[in-house]
Design a protein around this ligand. Structure first.
Ligand code: SOE
Length: 387
């Protein structure tokens, strides 16, 4: 029978709920070497944290994350807070010998991410593991796409075309939530959703972004203030505050492999809800994916006779595909929540085998360096005026 590991989670909003679902279900779907015990949930507001613990399935509540990190009940700390607290909590947890799962982006600055990566490397030498929660790597269609690329089915990669399109702040009256504040979130669409496509592009191609040229924009510069900035709460009267992050970030990129990339992250794509798209073009074929149809992968095999070649829609719903066999009979499909279950499954398997899980904090640091380069490029405003 599998041993147990006590989990302590900090934060209980959207990501906290998604991670809770994963901790609750992982050992029912997968054969994992350690069964998670949902030991402690931490939130600053005792009443709200207790209500969340009750709803999400946590055994006890703390209002100070330092006590959670020190608790003997906790062997793994799961960080689901805004980016401004990631570094402090992760560094304390690693120092206390606790494994760490940290939400993305890893931190708000390169300096914080570098300190976290260094601490993670030092902790790994003591058998303490860490992972950054880029959950989209665990979409079965994308894990499968990675295996097709690694098997050489696309040949030499030429283009990476990635977009992450949402529309939840199109309305200028949408309130100034924490995701729109630089001191809490680090950046806007860039860090929140751009970080996902940067990680994914590097994961799928197995190569790194080595240079970027960027533009960013904040379309709505002031928004209604909210009583609580932790989520989309009701606005409090007519007072407005400054939006201090980008609403959209677009950039071109060079990959170490020689491929060229184009990236677009925006929350102003009216009608696009969670459209994370990525297309790869190589000398032997192409792949295309859109999260809005997350069980599908489109594959063009350029080595086929041109008369029968062309994009084919593969339903990534079969037991032969990554993760899928653990769930429903063939053809039934998975959803957003499964990506988090797969993520904690992979983390527990790594803990069981004493190996380093991926994406590591070093991978998170690399993404942070790309985000930083995008911000520096955009600030330099190197767009040429058309004369
Ligand atoms: C909000 O833009 C958000 O919830 C991101 O923070 C998540 O990382 C992404 O999965 C969905 O959109």
């Amino acid at each position: 029978m599998a041993g147990q590991i006590g989990v302590g989670m900090v934060g209980y909003a959207f990501m906290g709920a998604a991670h809770s679902q994963a901790w609750r279900t992982v050992h029912h779907a997968f054969d994992v070497p350690l069964t998670p015990r949902m030991a402690v949930l931490c939130g600053r507001d005792a009443a709200a944290a207790s209500a969340a613990a009750e709803k999400l399935g946590w055994a006890s509540v703390e209002t100070d994350w330092k006590r959670l990190v020190e608790s003997d009940e906790v062997g793994l700390v799961d960080i689901c807070t805004p980016g401004d607290t990631h570094a402090e909590i992760a560094l304390a947890a690693l120092a206390a010998g606790k494994h760490v799962l940290c939400e993305k982006p890893l931190a708000n600055t390169v300096a914080e991410a570098a300190a976290m990566a260094a601490a993670a490397e030092e902790a790994a030498a003591r058998g303490v593991r860490s992972m950054v929660a880029f959950n989209y790597r665990r979409v079965p269609a994308l894990a499968f796409a990675r295996s097709l690329v690694a098997d050489g089915r696309l040949g030499e990669l030429r283009h990476v075309r990635a977009q992450y399109l949402q529309d939840w702040i199109v309305d200028p009256e949408f309130p100034l939530v924490w995701r729109l504040q630089k001191e809490r979130a680090g950046s806007g669409a860039l860090g929140d959703i751009g970080a996902h496509i940067v990680d994914l592009a590097q994961f799928l191609t197995g190569s790194r972004i080595s240079g970027v040229s960027a533009v960013t924009e904040t379309f709505v510069r002031e928004r209604p203030l909210v009583a609580s900035s932790s989520g989309p709460a009701a606005s409090s009267g007519s007072a407005r505050g400054e939006v201090t992050v980008d609403d959209a970030a677009l950039f071109t990129a060079r990959f170490s492999s020689g491929a060229l990339g184009s990236f677009e992250a925006t929350r102003f794509a009216a009608g696009r809800k969670n459209s994370m798209r990525i297309e790869l073009n190589g000398s032997a074929g192409s792949l295309a994916f859109d999260f809005e149809a997350m069980n599908e992968l489109h594959f063009h095999d350029h080595t086929l006779d041109p008369s029968v070649a062309g994009f084919r829609r593969i339903l990534v719903t079969e037991p032969e595909h990554p993760y899928v066999g653990a769930w429903w009979p063939p053809g039934h499909g998975l959803g957003y929540e499964h990506t988090f279950t797969h993520e904690v499954r992979d983390f527990l398997v790594a803990l069981g085998s004493g190996t380093d899980p991926a994406p590591s904090f070093a991978d998170g640091l690399q993404v942070q360096r790309v985000l930083d380069a995008v911000e520096r490029s955009a600030a330099a405003d190197s767009v040429w005026t058309v004369v």
